[in-house]
Design a protein around this ligand. Structure first.
Ligand code: NAP
Length: 431
């Protein structure tokens, strides 16, 4: 059999990394695949390697329509627009697609997998989650014989970098974000990252594969890191916790539950020490037990390496179903009604007056919530004083009711901030 002929649509960070791999004659990639066509917006931009020997297309959809391109690699990005049209065009004519585009797969994964199954081309997207860390493959293949009950991950390197820097340098969220933008670690419009949406796209994909359910991005409850303050980071540290943006999915008797939000992780939690721009995933899967995967979650090299691994799978006939099993076998489980129990962290900014602590304790007692720990520190500036407490295990609903009651107190000067506390493991709501 001849080599599989590849076309790359998108020659930016990841596409550029893949071009470099193809430019190395010794790379295993070149044994069974041949790069024949490329597409980007700007033909004259320097891509670091000579692209003159490949057929050029201004329009990635035209590249995807070429009958002699067996595999279309989509590295443009975005859930709609040219990326979607490129992938649809390739799948429609039975070509294979490899993509790093988590937004596209999370939002349109079912329709694209349908097209793939109907027309025979494979759809692979290892690079869409965890950059160079083989999270998709691990769930599709290594854990296939297990029953996965929960996945929990640090899936957004930008947020993890910001939170790690805030802790180590004592600088505010705004300061660190501005630095990250200057250094190119964060986008000019950072909302996809700091708002939790990028992690939610990745969690959608991982949960679908882990739990054998149709990807359902709309069902992820999403909260970003914008409200995490230095006070939270310091207070959490004093109590033995580190704050992370945690993406967590669980298979419950009511269906699949997915949540992206900042959480306090105990120092001995397997995800607590994942620093900087690293990504990590913990999987609870019986009978294998708990598994942890760690590595570089973004960047040209790691991400291109994952794309290359998918290409080699295709060339060696190892590529399976997009979400690990045929669409017909994926459940459309009823969406879980979030019935959540756990320990919670509350930060309140209060007026420095006698009786405040008693009033807060009273609101918690009214909802039968017991306090695990309580810290008060002098206000850095201004009249408001931060009070921080963690609860013992209780229903989330009770915490929300107590918080609503506290908010009505005239001594509480801004809406209380609540984060879940994770002691260990990936299990949902473990207290
Ligand atoms: N960067 C990472 O570390 C990383 C990690 C994991 C996954 N991903 C995913 O990989 C994908 C690519 O990301 P990236 O960081 O490589 O993006 P990028 O650097 O912005 O590159 C995007 C590429 O797409 C081309 N492009 C954009 N619009 C186009 C259009 N309308 N027609 C033709 N070409 C078009 C651009 O052309 P020009 O170069 O001519 O402007 C550029 O080459 C995204 O889905 C992203 O989420 C990225």
């Amino acid at each position: 059999m001849g080599k599989l002929r590849v076309g790359i649509a998108g020659l930016g960070t990841v596409g550029g990394g893949l071009l470099k791999l193809f430019a190395d004659p010794a790379a295993r990639l070149n044994e069974k695949l041949e790069l024949v066509a490329v597409s980007a917006r700007n033909r004259s931009r320097d891509r670091g390697v000579d692209i003159g020997r490949y057929r050029w297309f201004d329009d990635p959809v035209e590249l995807a329509a070429q009958p002699d391109v067996d595999v279309v690699v989509e590295l443009i990005g975005g859930s709609d627009g040219p990326a979607k049209r490129t992938v649809e065009t390739a799948l429609q004519r039975g070509a294979h697609v490899v993509s790093a585009n988590k937004a596209l797969i999370a939002v349109h994964g079912v329709a694209l997998a349908e097209l793939s199954e109907a027309k025979g081309g494979k759809l692979l997207f290892e690079a869409a989650v965890g950059g160079g860390v083989p999270m998709v493959k691990a769930l599709k293949e290594s854990v296939a014989g297990c029953c996965a009950s929960a996945v929990a991950g640090i899936l957004n390197g930008t947020c993890n970098y910001i939170l790690t820097e805030m802790e180590s340098s004592g600088r505010s969220f705004e300061d660190v974000l501005a630095d990250a933008q200057r250094l190119g670690y964060a986008e000019a419009d950072p909302i996809m990252d700091v708002g939790g949406f990028d992690a939610a796209h990745k969690l959608t994909i991982l949960s679908a594969i882990a739990f054998g359910a149709r990807p359902d991005f709309e069902h992820v409850r999403i909260e970003g890191i914008e409200r995490v303050s230095l006070i939270d980071i310091r207070m959490a540290g004093k109590l033995g916790f580190r704050i992370k943006l945690l993406a967590k999915g669980a298979s419950t008797e009511n269906g699949v539950e997915m949540h992206v939000r900042p959480a306090l992780l105990a120092f001995d939690h397997p995800l607590a020490n994942i620093g900087g721009s690293l990504n990590a995933l913990v999987v609870d899967a019986e009978p294998a037990g708990q598994l942890t995967f760690i590595g570089r979650g973004a960047g040209a090299g790691p991400t291109a390496a994952s794309v290359a691994a998918d290409l080699i799978d295709l060339a060696e006939g190892r590529a399976g179903f997009a979400f690990g099993r045929p669409l017909a076998q994926l459940t459309s489980a009823p969406r879980a009604t979030p019935v959540e129990r756990g320990r919670y962290y509350l930060r309140l900014m209060v007026a420095d007056r006698p009786g405040v602590v008693a009033a807060i304790s009273d609101r918690l007692a009214h909802e039968s919530i017991s306090i695990e720990s309580f810290l008060q520190m002098p206000a850095p500036e201004g009249p408001a004083v931060p009070i921080v407490l963690t609860t013992q295990t209780c229903p989330r609903e009770a915490v929300e009711a107590a918080v609503a009651a506290m908010q009505a107190l005239d001594v509480v000067v801004e809406p209380p901030y609540v984060m879940p506390v994770e002691v260990s493991g990936a299990r949902w709501g473990r207290g």
